[in-house]
Design a protein around this ligand. Structure first.
Ligand SMILES: Nc1ncnc2c1ncn2[C@@H]1O[C@H](COP(=O)(O)OP(=O)(O)OP(=O)(O)O)[C@@H](O)[C@H]1O
Length: 760
């Protein structure tokens, strides 16, 4: 202290202010204490943290969602003094009756099914640590933002434990809870413009029974996809990429998307959707997205043709071949003629520039798409579904086996579909058949007495069973029979089956046969179970055989064969939900004969293959509580709908004709203006020429004047005449210079001016 005093003393000028010294003492003391406190606190926190195990869960990964759901269900939030409420759905999105058990609306009335209500969930707040007791351990939970600048969230869970078993158990429990919640729903992910998959929607599973397709199609798809999912080892053994592609093509509103939705529910797979018509989709983006789909999922490429519509629109001369389409993607070189300039080349250059700009924004090429589908980065185990309304626009390279193994064509509704739709739409007093509530694939098909149903008691996830001979036989039956349709290979039974479609059938039946034959010919190229050929004739009750028989059966359902209506047992109405049956918006349940009669009346009134199923559904929706009116009014609706379509078609044609005439008029106008311009240019050139000639004449006149002056000095007068023929108007520009005319240069200039004005 004396030292300090001796140091401070000179500064204070010897005044020796003791209060100043005391103040400084306090500052030094305080600083020392604070530093000691900080050091000890940091050391303590390091010491404590060294006992904690910490797991971090990033928002982009699935466990984050599992854990957030798990956390939101923890009772701790009821007591917590700090929590966050949100209506953002990161959970499977279920809003079940249970969620609303103790909810009442503002009026105090209970929540009713169908009434929209927003669920509020409680979550840990950001950047604060929450403590949760779990299985004898205290968990420290913290939500924060990543520090990498991405702004995405990370959830950190710490626990004092010797190993990470408790954390593993926590994640597993959260996963199970999540799956239990999502068991009745499918998760939809959409590709975003950053190359990531964003969870977008959670939808209730759509029962396959609600999809009305010709018999055999759904069954074939369900069997084929299930078989694929259980064949991983088979593919691996043979070195075949474990991927399968399905191409659903056909008219709009025929059920392509609905079928994929229903299949996803049936297979318990999430759906990852890429719309190829998105402007931001590029080769590299597609590659990234394909590499990021999980191993087991449905990857849906919507509007497959849209990508190539864009390509062709970039280059009208595109032939549609892969090379051409690919080449359109590369920036178009500016031709030498356009570099030269000139009006037309300038126009070309501006068009090229526009095209370059477009290419910069959108660089999806066919080769890029093909690579993404089956390149090294493409995920294994995924089921690819692609939809298109324009099959003809697809390149063969896209739809070859290996990329698109199974093709299914969707057409406008047949009479059979119309009847089935009606039966599905209106409730029936009779209870559901034993197989109802499972999948329609499990339900017997017409003529199938000993259908080998897949157990109703299915586990939530598709279990793989390599030794399922029955299923192998099913698939094999499809393959062999339908392959024989193109190249007979497998025995008498199949040959007979092949002959069946040649019998007179309805168009719907033959279309189905086409579908199955084409489909199965693809299947035959890649499906695994080849070792069971002899089992085909011995498995007549398999869905494969059903599929093989369905063309004939489908034809049996047509009015021509008298099987419509009451005797049509191939489509059984879904079970009646009591709540729906009682509700006012739904029709009173019909007894089976009435339902059959009305369904037949409805189907009879609907022309074969003229309206989409979506259109029929729209009509039925208008009469959802009046089945009689729906059946009776169907014929009139079909007529009015046809008339309306005809009117719309004519209006469209008229519009197109008008647009065409307008285009032609504009074209003519442009041509006229162009001709005028050319004419003007020509005149300008001629005028320039005349000017030059006048200039020359002026020079000559100058010389002549000199001569004239010389002559004028002579006794006899002389006259010099200069005349110019006007080539366009035939007017003659004549200039007379007499030898005694003392015209100056200015006079001649003014004459020139008059001549130019005359051109103008
Ligand atoms: N075969 C069908 N069975 C049951 N419902 C159908 C069927 N076809 C269409 N629908 C109904 O019509 C609507 C449109 O169907 P969906 O979107 O599946 O047709 P799409 O073929 O995918 O059409 P697009 O090609 O225009 O995308 C849905 O509400 C669906 O319920």
């Amino acid at each position: 202290m004396d030292t300090l005093k001796s140091l401070v003393q000179p500064i204070l000028g010897g005044a020796g202010s003791s209060s100043m010294v005391d103040g400084m003492k306090l500052v030094v003391l305080g600083g020392t204490v604070e530093t000691a406190r900080r050091v000890s606190s940091s050391a303590w926190s390091h010491f404590v943290n060294s006992f904690f195990l910490t797991a971090h869960f990033s928002e982009e990964d699935y466990p984050y969602d599992w854990l957030m759901l798990w956390l939101s269900r923890r009772p701790e939030w009821q007591r917590s003094r700090e929590f966050e409420t949100t209506t953002r759905t990161t959970t499977p999105g279920t809003i079940s009756k249970d969620d609303h058990e103790d909810e009442q609306d503002e009026n105090g009335s209970d929540w009713v099914p169908g009434k929209a209500k927003t669920r509020v969930v409680f979550q840990p707040t950001f950047d604060s640590t929450h403590t949760i007791y779990y299985k004898g351990h205290w968990l420290r939970v913290k939500r924060s933002h990543k520090t990498d600048g991405s702004g995405s969230e990370v959830l950190s869970i710490s626990v004092v434990a010797r190993n990470n078993t408790i954390l593993k158990s926590l994640v597993l429990e959260a996963k199970r809870a999540y799956e239990a919640e999502s068991i009745h729903r499918i998760q939809i992910y959409f590709a975003d413009s950053y190359g990531s998959w964003r969870w977008t929607d959670s939808r209730h599973k759509r029962p396959l029974t609600s999809i009305v397709l010709e018999p055999g199609v759904k069954e074939m798809l369900v069997d084929d996809t299930k078989d694929f999912l259980r064949s991983e080892a088979w593919y691996a053994d043979r070195g075949i990429p474990f991927r399968r592609g399905y191409l659903l093509h056909g008219v709009p509103g025929s059920g392509k998307s609905s079928l994929i939705h229903a299949l996803a529910g049936e297979l318990q797979l999430d759906v990852y959707v890429i719309s190829l018509s998105s402007s931001w989709i590029s080769d590299s983006m597609l590659q990234t997205l394909m590499g990021r789909v999980p191993a087991r999922c449905i990857l849906l490429l919507e509007d497959l043709d849209a990508a190539f519509t864009r390509s062709t629109s970039r280059d009208e001369e595109s032939t549609g071949s892969p090379e051409t389409r690919t080449s359109t993607v590369a920036p178009a070189p500016i031709s030498s003629s356009s570099r030269r300039g000139g009006r037309s080349s300038r126009r070309t250059r501006s068009a090229r520039t526009d095209q370059d700009k477009l290419n910069d924004v959108n660089t999806l090429s066919l080769s890029g798409l093909l690579n993404a589908l089956d390149g090294v980065a493409a995920a294994e185990g995924r089921i690819l579904f692609a939809t298109t309304n324009h099959l003809e626009r697809l390149d063969p390279a896209l739809s070859r086996p290996g990329r698109m193994d199974v093709w299914v064509e969707f057409k406008n509704a047949s009479k059979w579909q119309a009847e089935a739709l009606f039966r599905h739409f209106f409730p029936c007093t009779e209870g559901p058949a034993p197989w109802q509530g499972a999948t329609e694939a499990d339900a017997p098909l017409p003529g199938d007495d000993a259908h080998c149903a897949i157990s109703d008691d299915r586990p939530p996830k598709v279990e793989l069973d390599e030794d399922d001979e029955e299923l192998n036989a099913i698939i094999l039956g499809d393959i062999e029979v339908c392959t024989l349709g193109e190249a007979p290979r497998s025995g008498e039974a199949a040959s007979q089956a092949l002959q069946e479609p040649s019998s007179p059938t309805s168009s719907s039946a033959s279309s189905l046969w086409t579908t199955l034959t084409r489909t199965s010919s693809w299947i035959s190229t890649a499906s695994p179970p080849l070792n069971l050929a002899p089992s085909l004739p011995s498995s007549p009750s398999s869905p494969a055989t059903n599929a093989q028989q369905s063309p004939t059966n489908a034809s049996d359902q047509t009015p021509a064969s008298g099987q419509f209506g009451a005797s049509n047992t191939s489509y059984i109405a879904p079970p009646v939900d009591e709540a729906i049956a009682k509700a006012r918006h739904s029709a009173r349940p019909l007894d089976p004969p009435s339902l059959a009669r009305l369904a037949k009346q409805f189907a009879d009134a609907i022309p074969e293959g003229e309206f989409s199923v979506a259109a029929l559904q729209g009509y039925l929706l208008k009469h959802k509580s009046q089945p009689d009116a729906a059946a009776e009014g169907a014929a009139a609706w079909a007529v009015s709908e046809r008339e309306m379509r005809e009117r719309l078609r004519k209006e469209k044609e008229a519009r197109e004709q008008k647009a065409k005439l307008e285009r032609e008029r504009r074209k003519k106008e442009a041509a006229r203006k162009e001709a005028e311009k050319t004419e003007l240019e020509k005149k300008q050139l001629e005028l320039d020429k005349v000017k030059q000639e006048l200039e020359a004449a002026k020079g000559q006149t100058g010389t002549t004047n000199e001569t004239a002056t010389a002559i004028a000095s002579q006794p006899k007068d002389a006259t010099v005449t200069d005349a110019k023929e006007d080539s366009d108007n035939g007017e003659k520009v004549e200039k007379e210079n007499t030898s005694d005319d003392d015209s100056s240069d200015e006079d001649e200039d003014s004459e020139d001016g008059d001549a130019i004005n005359g051109w103008d």
